[in-house]
Design a binder for this molecule. Structure first.
Ligand code: SME
Length: 205
């Protein structure tokens, strides 16, 4: 099967629960045992986004569906410069210890970095520090929401939590935006948390 066909949604899938199980299983096949997060999260963002575009009647209000899907990750995960002396830049040092950076995504351009400490910012920062999913039916009522796209009306952010040595380490978040109010519900939360768990155990961090 061509890789792009992984994002097709068969007619036999009727519910959100079946949809998320399908996306989960397609992602597992796509990753295929390759464990680098850059490649796996790139395909995850594309697969989730394009699968949602293929199943719009169950998201948003039909006309206005999901408009963004992607990852923000702790900056220490990103490759360090090899050929320039960026380590001498005091600002980059500060950012390295306190921020998430934009990772693989599908959709329109978004903010490049999100502060998580000392003050968590936005829905993403809150999901990161709470270590739990944040479901936002109406972004205009959410204090501190970061409006990367003024057309976004609702949002869900799921943390990526790595269990290591008895400790929970949040390596980043999975963020989905929708053009309709109330675009996501508890079924989406269950489906996305299962996908987040798959991503966590399928990559080396
Ligand atoms: N709205 C998010 C920021 C990221 S964009 O939606 C892609 C937030 O409030 O954290």
């Amino acid at each position: 099967m061509p890789h792009a066909d992984a994002s097709l949604v068969p007619d036999s899938i009727k519910t959100k629960s079946e949809f998320w199980t399908h996306v989960h299983d397609q992602l597992e096949i796509l990753m295929g045992g390759q464990r680098h997060w850059v490649s796996n999260l790139s395909n995850a963002a594309s697969l989730i986004y394009n699968s949602l575009q293929a199943f719009p009647s169950h998201f948003g209000d039909g006309e206005r569906s999901v408009n963004w899907c992607g990852f923000y990750l702790i900056s220490s995960l990103f490759p360090q410069p090899r050929f320039t002396d960026a380590s001498m830049d005091p600002q980059s040092q500060t950012r390295a210890s306190t921020n998430m950076l934009l990772g693989p995504f599908s959709g329109r351009p978004a903010c490049q970095w999100i502060e998580v400490s000392p003050r968590p910012r936005g829905v993403c920062g809150d999901a990161f520090v709470k270590r739990s999913t944040v479901l936002v039916p109406d972004v205009l009522t959410y204090p501190g929401h970061i409006a990367c796209d003024g057309d976004t009306k609702s949002e869900i952010v799921c943390p990526l939590v790595l269990r290591k040595g008895g400790e929970d380490i949040v390596v980043g978040v999975l963020d989905l935006d929708c053009l309709a109010i109330g675009g996501f519900d508890a079924d989406d939360q269950v489906g996305l948390e299962r996908i987040a768990a798959l991503i966590i155990r399928s990559c080396d961090w």
